[in-house]
Ligand binder design. Structure first.
Ligand SMILES: [Zn+2]
Length: 258
């Protein structure tokens, strides 16, 4: 892979990040919910858009497709099989691979239903573009899936190589940490990470990407198979939790009401 490839967060709406993979000439964007900041970024850097990648159907991830296609009428727009998403030119599913940025970058696909049923992620040996499935210290809201389905999806991501860089699409880290610290008040790694994240945000710096290793350590939604964590959550939430799925369901519900 070329040394000159960079990944930059383009800010959109209140707290979305549209990730842009680019060299000095071309760019790929992941989940362009709004075309305007993407167009500004491309103009500013003198870049040509080469592909658009989409993880799921929500409007804050897809709303910019139409305007970007006006600028680049023949551009590949690659995403999951879902008729709701207008403008896709290529549907992909688990096991597929896509080659983007003038064949410089190869990405594989996993299906990760839970936040939505159509959700997919793009990954290679270095990067994970996980949409709204995984956030730093949290996970997406369960709009369409079941706890069992969502946990299976998170398990897939947790098994990726430890040094994989994790590019989430929202700046939710501090809010997620507040909840994680409520669940696990004595967790030293969480305290350290929260201090770091607070400093980043105080300086208007982003808290992403994270890594799979870091998420395995600090993300409560990736601890659901751990027997001690299950026991701790039974105590914390005053519920009987028979297994990992129960534990995931209980903490996801607790987060919704936090
Ligand atoms: Zn979403």
């Amino acid at each position: 892979m070329s040394q000159s490839i960079n990944i930059t967060a383009i800010k959109a709406f209140n707290d979305n990040y549209i990730w842009c993979i680019h060299d000095n000439e071309h760019a790929v964007v992941v989940d362009p919910g709004d075309a305007v900041p993407v167009q500004a970024f491309l103009t500013d850097r003198g870049l040509q858009l080469s592909e658009i990648l989409i993880t799921h159907h929500h409007y804050d991830h897809t709303g910019g497709i139409a305007a970007l296609k006006q600028d680049y009428p023949s551009i590949p727009v690659i995403g999951p099989e879902n008729k709701v998403i207008k403008g896709l030119t290529e549907h992909v599913s688990e096991g597929d691979k896509v080659s983007v940025l003038k064949q410089q970058v190869s990405l594989s696909i996993l299906q990760t239903p839970g936040h939505t049923l159509d959700h997919i992620v793009f990954y290679n040996s270095a990067w994970l573009f996980c949409g709204d499935t995984l956030f730093s210290a949290g996970c997406g809201r369960m709009f369409e899936g079941t706890p069992e389905v969502f946990l299976t999806s998170l398990d897939k991501l947790s098994k990726l190589p430890a040094d994989t860089q994790v590019y989430c699409t929202h700046e939710y880290t501090l809010a997620n940490l507040k909840f994680a610290r409520y669940l696990l008040p004595n967790h030293a790694s969480l305290q350290e990470y929260e201090t770091w994240a607070q400093q980043q945000r105080a300086h208007e710096q982003i808290t992403l990407p994270s890594t799979i290793a870091q998420q395995r350590k600090i993300n409560p939604f990736l601890q659901c198979h751990d027997k001690q964590f299950q026991a701790d959550m039974e105590n914390k939430l005053q519920q009987t939790l028979a297994n990992a799925v129960d534990t995931f369901a209980a903490i996801r519900a607790a987060k919704d009401n936090f």
